[in-house]
Design a protein around this ligand. Structure first.
Ligand code: SAM
Length: 453
């Protein structure tokens, strides 16, 4: 031990080994030996000695924690996790071990479990700044930033509330409601406030579902609303929801309508979770857009020279689309509004679609892309739109669909586009990029019948 204290690890190790050979106080010597060997950088041998100790004392907390730490350091995350899990089971009030478990969970990509674990650490050590920071870091990696501006979007909220009120007036307060995508629980609470007594809502992100559960209870609607922390595709009638829903409410429309997988989700709900004649809110959604010129947006979507070098080849990696706040970013319109894609959310299936449309140019400029917004039909005549002309403070961003390269245009000409969707993204592409001829169609004479992509 004197060699150990003096930092002469080699000699210390030799002597510890001799003591071990004498079978003298092995349980005391093995941790010292493992520590010395680890200090010499021999991680696998250190783990070997911790294992030797664990074979004598399987519940040795320090051995489990230290072995877990070494395994974690050398990237053997699954084994590290199992050490920390056993140690946490043995000492549930040990904040350090729980913290190690939380870090290993986070590093293994098991973010939600890490959030729960860091929560335990904070309950044990409310001043633990690191655990608090990690909790916030992980939560914001899981929960998209737009949740809060979305909840603050009064226009959106009011439209949904009017639609929900209308649906309940038709189906009565005993109607079974399914709300897919709980978020904060807002839409379900609107239904409950309107008198609905049987509401099931599901949220795919468990961390969000846990908070929603608390919000619903705090607002006094815990009886009427059941929050399930699972994707709608994992729900079943009879188990999670007492019977097929009479009213489906769901706001899972991304800025470009499709990115939150709205089509598969609604199709699955129609097939399994809602009655044949269920009211579906929203019933339809349309992506609208106009061709734009903008120096600001050009600088975000296209590059030529940088510090005297030609880097224009990087444009092949330019983003397909950029979220923009259509009223805060400077741009000017080069066309009237046109429809990009329209979705009937009550229909049983949706094919990808692509159609050729000629867009008349109304002003001179260099087109950089199409600014897109949405038009959502909730029920009857209740309609929401984030048209950039008069949507100034809402949470739904508009989207710039970037042209592969800027295109000078003149009024009186047309730009031929291919417009549609592949079920999960909108397609907005100049027709010159088409690999095969597609029947042309002047804008305003939209043809039924979709083209595959
Ligand atoms: C745009 S937010 C809307 C939240 C809330 N309904 C509102 O309007 O304030 C959509 C939420 O739905 C969740 N979500 C998306 N698809 C889902 C699905 N198929 N099942 C359950 N939750 C889903 C997302 O995680 C997100 O929290």
């Amino acid at each position: 031990m004197q060699f150990h204290v003096a930092g002469n690890w080699e000699r210390a190790e030799q002597h510890y080994l001799e003591v071990l050979l004498d079978d003298y106080r092995s349980a005391d010597v093995l941790p010292l030996l493992a520590g010395v060997v680890a200090a010499r950088g021999q991680i696998d041998r250190a783990i070997y000695y911790w294992d030797a100790l664990l074979s004598i004392e399987p519940h040795h907390l320090n051995a489990l924690a230290a072995k877990g730490g070494l395994l974690h350091r050398t990237g053997r995350l699954a084994e590290a996790l199992s050490c920390f899990e056993i140690a946490t089971g043995l000492a549930p009030h040990n904040a350090l071990i729980r913290n190690n478990l939380a870090v290993a969970l986070a590093d293994s990509g098991r973010k939600d479990e890490a959030i729960i674990e860091f929560g335990h650490v904070l309950r044990l050590q409310p001043d633990n700044v690191n655990a608090y920071h990690q909790l916030r870091r992980l939560s914001s990696a899981i929960v998209p930033f737009w949740h809060i501006p979305m909840m603050n979007d009064t226009r959106r909220n009011d439209c949904f509330e009017r639609a929900i009120r209308r649906a309940l007036a038709i189906r009565g307060s005993s109607a079974q409601i399914l709300d897919i995508g709980t978020g904060s629980g807002l839409l379900s609470m609107m239904a409950a406030r309107e008198g609905a007594t049987s509401i099931v809502t599901c949220e795919a992100v468990p961390a969000i579902a846990r908070v929603a559960q608390e919000i619903v209870a705090e607002n006094g609607y815990g009886e009427q609303i059941t929050v399930i922390g699972r994707s709608s595709t994992g729900l079943s009638v009879g188990e999670d929801i007492p019977r097929k829903a009479d009213i489906l409410i769901s706001e899972i429309l991304s800025s470009d309508l499709l990115a939150e997988d709205v089509l598969s989700t609604f199709e699955d709900a129609r097939r399994r979770l809602i009655a044949e004649d269920a009211i579906v809110i929203p019933k339809a959604a349309t992506a609208m857009g106009c061709l734009v010129a903008s120096e600001t947006l050009a600088a975000y979507s296209n590059v030529k020279m940088a510090s005297g070098f030609d880097v224009s080849r990087f444009n092949s990696l330019a983003p397909l689309r950029l979220p923009i706040h259509g009223t805060m970013t400077e741009w000017s319109r080069l066309s009237n509004d046109f429809e990009i894609a329209s979705l009937d959310l009550t229909s049983a299936g949706h094919e990808p679609e692509l159609r050729a449309v000629s867009i008349p140019v109304i002003a001179s400029g260099t087109a950089v892309g199409v600014v897109q917004w949405m038009h959502v039909d909730l029920i009857d005549d209740v309609v929401f739109t984030n048209h950039p002309d008069d949507y100034h403070d809402g949470g739904w961003l508009q989207v710039l669909h970037v042209l592969p390269s800027p295109m000078p245009v003149e009024p009186g000409s047309v730009v031929d586009f291919l417009l549609g969707h592949d079920r999960s993204t909108l397609i907005v592409l100049p027709a010159s990029f088409a690999s095969q001829p597609i029947k042309n169609q002047a804008y305003g004479e939209r043809e039924d019948g979709a083209h595959g992509t």
